[in-house]
Design a protein around this ligand. Structure first.
Ligand code: PLP
Length: 487
């Protein structure tokens, strides 16, 4: 189809008629892409530098036809795509988009609203309030949990640590004097050895330093040992540290282990320490009634993060953060420039007051689309299916003569490795890594790994909205086939 070129005009945006035509083409392209996704290798098979090789070093001086830009998507971009939407994506924590999520993202870009304060987009502020309330009910969190949307769990957790620091540091005037100017004792934060690196990154960002993070050992199920936490806090207090924050994890990154939040909360309450729960991946499973137990004890926590962009079919990014102490979070961050003062500000929420960023995307729109389109029941059904597929796969691993499950699989991830008689641990590490790489080279299934007690372990994660039983069967077939080739 030949398009009339109008982008040579000196002023203004793309003509709306062109936008309409290209927009229809784009939606057609996306529909075909989602329909045919299994024709693409799930893991990009290119070498480093191959995308850049096809891109000019200088920007074009004159505007180009959109049709030409479109065709470069297929030529240049697609080979370098690892397809997170592919049903064979079983690496890391697979996060998939969904039809309603993609459509809502189109609207978010179209509106281009910046919801920094209520009047700059009342719909953004109010929809966010209601969506955080809907999700709070779905997770069965207490009513006094106040919610805000950040981009990622890393940023949510950083804000939790900042609020914890504000609460503990208030009497040392930390907000005014800063970490180096105040007379505060050195501050210590606790998390398990299995906690996500974002906890340490948050501590780095906030001037707590890596020495300010004390890792608590885990039991043989990779869960934080509460008695060890208690001992660490006691020891630190005696040595003059100021314990200020504990991060418990519901669904750790390596094995999806679940820290005993209830017991940890008891310690935090007694010691008056902020408890943040990192449920970035695992929290979503609590929407399933028989899985709600994973959040037991969270009602005693000060804050929690759950990422709908991980396991709730929401295009990245959307991280939901809840706290029972929004006033502390606000105290940590609120700074209102004169030009942002408005007549209604005492009656409305200004989300800019609760974090480092001023500008904010209209992210709640996609949550609204997704929760309404699938319904709570539809979301539960899909999560339940993933949990069942995982149980079935773990069962297969357990009954297999060459594979051994290396950690419990309470959520959507199975950790396992091939164990062959008369092979040393080092030999098995190499064998398992080769096995994983050979499977990933097929482009049909994408797996990732972790290390548990020093051993190379393969992870198979099921949380993709397009993943069905036949894809798990394919993974089993490849595991058998590729292991046979290696033996
Ligand atoms: C994925 C994950 C994170 C980081 O999430 P981002 O949104 O990518 O920052 C943190 N903690 C846990 C437990 C996670 O699974």
């Amino acid at each position: 189809m030949k398009m009339e070129l109008k982008n040579d005009s000196k002023f203004g945006d793309m003509p709306v008629d062109d936008f309409r035509r290209y927009g229809h083409q784009m939606v057609d392209w996306i529909s075909d892409y989602l329909n045919d996704i299994e024709k693409f290798p799930v893991l990009s098979q290119i070498k480093p530098g191959e995308v850049k090789k096809h891109l000019p070093e200088q920007p074009p001086q004159k505007g180009e036809e959109l049709a030409k830009i479109f065709s470069d998507i297929n030529k240049i971009i697609m080979p370098g795509m690892t397809h997170w939407n592919h049903p064979g994506f079983m690496a890391y924590f697979n996060s998939t988009s969904s039809g309603p999520g993609i459509l809502a993202e189109m609207l978010t870009a179209a509106f281009n609203a910046n919801g920094m304060i209520w009047r700059t987009c009342p719909s953004s502020t109010e929809l966010e309030q209601v969506m955080m309330n809907w999700l709070r009910q779905m997770l069965k969190l207490p009513e006094d949990f106040w919610g805000i949307i950040y981009d990622t769990a890393s940023v949510s957790t950083m804000h939790a640590i900042a609020a914890a620091r504000e609460e503990a540091g208030e009497k040392y005037e930390l907000r005014g004097k800063g970490m180096t100017g105040s007379q505060s004792p050195r501050m210590r934060l606790y998390c398990s050895e299995q906690a996500h690196s974002s906890v340490e990154k948050g501590a780095l960002t906030l001037g707590i330093g890596l020495e300010g993070v004390r890792k608590i050992s885990v039991d043989d199920e990779f869960k934080m040992i509460p008695a060890e936490l208690q001992n660490a806090i006691e020891e630190d207090k005696q040595k003059g540290w100021l314990p200020f924050c504990v991060v418990a994890t519901v669904g750790t990154t390596s094995t999806t282990s679940i820290d005993p939040v209830e017991k940890i909360a008891k310690i935090c309450t007694a010691e008056n320490i902020w408890l943040h729960v990192d449920a970035a991946y695992g929290g979503t499973a609590a929407i399933v009634p028989e899985m709600r137990y994973i959040l037991n004890g969270v009602e005693h926590a000060d804050s929690i993060v759950v990422n709908p962009h991980k396991w709730m079919f929401t295009p990245i990014d959307l991280s939901a953060f809840y706290t029972r102490k929004p006033e502390v979070l606000k105290r940590a961050f609120s700074l209102v420039a004169e030009y942002l003062n408005t007549a209604e500000q005492n009656k409305v929420e200004s989300y800019m007051d609760y974090g480092v960023q001023l500008g904010r995307r209209f992210r709640s729109l996609k949550l609204w689309f997704i929760i309404r389109y699938f319904g709570v029941d539809g979301i539960i059904d899909r999560l339940r299916y993933h949990l069942k597929l995982t149980r079935d796969f773990s069962g297969w691993i357990n009954s297999h003569s060459h594979f051994r499950q290396m950690a419990a699989a309470p959520l959507g991830v199975t950790c396992f490795r091939a164990v062959i008689q008369n092979k040393s641990d080092d030999e098995l590490d190499i064998l398992n890594e080769e096995l994983m790489n050979n499977i990933n080279k097929t482009g049909k299934i994408f797996l990732s790994h972790t290390k548990l007690n020093g051993k190379f372990v393969i992870r198979l994660a099921i949380s993709g909205i397009r993943t069905e039983e036949k894809h798990v069967e394919e993974a089993k077939k490849l595991l058998d086939e590729k292991l046979k080739e290696l033996l």
